[in-house]
Design a protein around this ligand. Sequence first.
Ligand code: F6R
Length: 617
Amino acid sequence: MCGIVGYVGPQPALDVVVNGLARLEYRGYDSAGVAVQGGGALHTEKRAGKLANLRQALENHPVEGDGAGIGHTRWATHGAPNDVNAHPHVDNDHRLAVVHNGIIENFAALREELEEAGCKFVSETDTEVAAHLLSTELKRRGDRDLAAAMRAVCRRLEGAFTLVATSVEDPGLVVAARRNSPLVVGRGEGENFLASDVAAFIAHTREAVELGQDQVVELRADSVAVTDYDGAPVDVNEYHVDWDASAAEKDGYEYFMLKEIVEQPRAVADTLLGRVTADGRLALDEMRLTPQQLRTVEKIVIIACGTSYHAGLIAKYAIEHWCRIPCEVEVASEFRYRDPILDQQTLVIAISQSGESMDTLMAVRYAREQRARVLAICNVNGSTIPRESDGVLYTHAGPEVGVAATKTFLTQLAACYLVGLYLAQVRRMKFDDEIDAVIGQLATMPDQVERVLETVEPVRELARSLADARTVLFLGRHVGYPVALEGALKLKELAYMHAEAFAAGELKHGPIALIEEGLPVVVVVPSPKGRGVLHDKIVSNIQEVRARGARTIVIAEEGDESVRPYSDTLIEIPAVPTLLQPIVSTIPMQVFACELALAKGNDVDQPRNLAKSVTVE
Ligand code: F6R
């Protein structure tokens, strides 16, 4: 939520900042702005709408800047997405600019105090409070030491924030602070960068520095100094980013989402890479939880949001089946408010591709306070959730820029299967050859995903033909139920259509009343070879909806002729083991939603009202 960039160095700051924002636009795209130092003054420009509007404004009124620069792309929380509320926000002397990601919870009281002291506010944002506070603190220090002023401001703020500021009093300096919101430093040669995500500076450097909770960083062209909020220097963790700028390009595709769907075979392969030792044992190096700790686990609770929650629902089937450990799955935003029963024998698995979802982060903190052990499954290296967890399994899917999760979902599934098998291994719940057999099946999944991608053209045609549908229903059983939920979510977020998913057995308990002539109903059919009884039941469910006029779109294993007579459209997927089927059955859903949204003229990379990383609760 909101993308932030800061730069100090010899390159034209404006170009570096705007190009950085272009890489972060997926984080928020309802307005954008920049502030650059030049000739002893601060130059700012900001515009409602996408970055293109800001670029146009900068073309019409070029900004001269040779010093430090900061920029922001916004996902609105306080105040409508218009020019005035766009960031940066400046103090009343226009000598200091601030950009912000997060929510300052005590902003109303602070605003009142500042207004009484004579500050004039122009926007409705919480961020403007930070600009005036910072200016007041800087003046108190005789216009020296922006970092000390930032530390003093942060001590007064409540909520979640990343703040980045620059002041004409020190043209070669950008200062930033973070609490509960992402911020990472890029170390260059004679230049340094700050951003919400390494994607913003990956074209310049792959050397990054993680910033911890409640830290302030002073960024100059030749130095990076990090302290806590009291000014004490802190040790930082440096790391090398294992992907390069080309991974964050569209590569000839019109949308990132299209590219990311196609990247899925590679992404799943990368998640599985290097997990098996020479003697055939699973080894999850980043896990940090010892086999002894995992042997004492009595209950697993999976917490996640949105698509990641659907991955968790699927993981439950695999973990309970392979490990015989009771496993609950809960939407992270509900978790800590119901007083869940947790103790040291509870393993909490937090699934979050961004590693920054505030709902999941808060649930992780709560779980750790209750002494549960937390394992994170994340895609973004160095993000907050893995840093605050006891262990981590990175999915290594590479950067996902399209707001709708695609390759990160499939790789979360692969990671969950690895965790399930690893637990079965250390707890001796399965024989080694049984685990080997599943690992072998998992290893074939990248090829199976590739096969699905080669055959999805009819799904595209189908999607285009349904562009005018008002509602689409999705049905599934067993692991097909979370896949149905995921299909409905994709359609809602991309095509802005009403879509709902049901466990197929629930249909007769109410939702069947929704079925009317021509209503598209997508059904995920389990393999007839796996759970035969489930298969037969869902075939009956297909007949029930068809008898009431539904247009049935059936996703079934190739060779499953029993569903053909009841399918208006039959989408065939490769035969794979029942528990692994979501890796292949999800793909037609992704393609369907993407194509239908494109047919409606929607931007599938930046759907309305959404952002990639949801850093507010
Ligand atoms: C949907 C989607 C969201 C995310 C959710 C959690 O396509 O991407 O539903 O899955 O916001 O995000 P992470 O996984 O970053 O915690």
